[in-house]
Design a protein around this ligand. Structure first.
Ligand SMILES: Nc1nc2c(ncn2[C@@H]2O[C@H](COP(=O)(O)OP(=O)(O)OP(=O)(O)O)[C@@H](O)[C@H]2O)c(=O)[nH]1
Ligand SMILES: [Zn+2]
Length: 199
């Protein structure tokens, strides 16, 4: 049995507090919270918010540690196009896109699914894209201790699309590199591989 926990259940006292607060929010914006379509909305929103912030109580390092295997593979491993959904900490609106992650093992590989799981744990918190990028990078670097790790995130921010500056097509790219990816040739090989579609 793994020592970390994935999201499984809602915390009833937290749900109750959120229901009360979402009811106030909906009333404040002029909604009739007794009408049919909306009467259960505070509860739905309470559950959605707990799921979307469930990464706060999960330990991503434990997720990696649960599936590390000794292996003499010394080349680059790339998991690209990992979809991610997070909430910006400024407006509590979604930002979403893709993460591309690579590492060069140093004696240990990690179960492939654990990399997207780590992305989800850090994404399911109130975030900024820069910190999300570095959280993932440092977690893999410090836990797996590979020869190198690289993280690129491309994302669109709803707070820049639905409101505020209202730009529909801008994409923000953030990146971080450690170890062998700090060398320009290795970094370029990774960037070339994530930009090709092998077609
Ligand atoms: N660096 C960074 N900024 C972000 C991210 N998500 C949202 N923001 C920005 O956070 C900033 C907050 O700026 P403020 O001036 O305090 O907020 P605001 O008045 O709502 O700003 P506008 O969005 O320009 O209307 C905005 O420029 C957002 O675009 C992110 O992941 N990284
Ligand atoms: Zn925002």
């Amino acid at each position: 049995m793994a020592s970390y926990r994935y999201f499984e259940e809602y915390d009833q006292p937290v749900t109750d507090t959120l229901i009360e607060n979402y009811s106030k929010i909906l009333s404040s914006v002029g909604e009739d919270i007794s009408r049919d379509g909306i009467v259960k909305t505070p509860e739905r929103a309470a559950k959605a918010m707990q799921f979307l912030t469930s990464g706060n109580c999960q330990d991503p390092a434990e997720i990696l540690k649960s599936a590390m295997f000794a292996e003499a593979y010394h080349d680059m491993v790339i998991i690209k196009d990992i979809e991610l959904y997070s909430l910006c900490e400024h407006h509590i609106l979604p930002f979403f896109g893709k993460a591309h992650i690579a590492y060069i093992p140093d004696g240990h590989i990690v179960g492939l699914s654990k990399i997207p799981r780590v992305v989800d744990v850090f994404a399911r918190r109130l975030q900024v894209q820069e910190r999300l990028t570095h959280d993932i990078l440092e977690c893999i670097n410090n836990t797996l201790k590979p020869k190198g790790v690289a993280v690129v995130i491309e994302a669109s921010h709803m707070c820049m699309m639905m409101r505020g500056v209202q730009k529909q097509n801008s994409v923000t790219t953030t990146s971080g590199f450690r170890g062998q990816f700090e060398a320009i040739e290795t970094r370029n090989e990774f960037l070339k591989l994530i930009s090709s579609d092998f077609s």
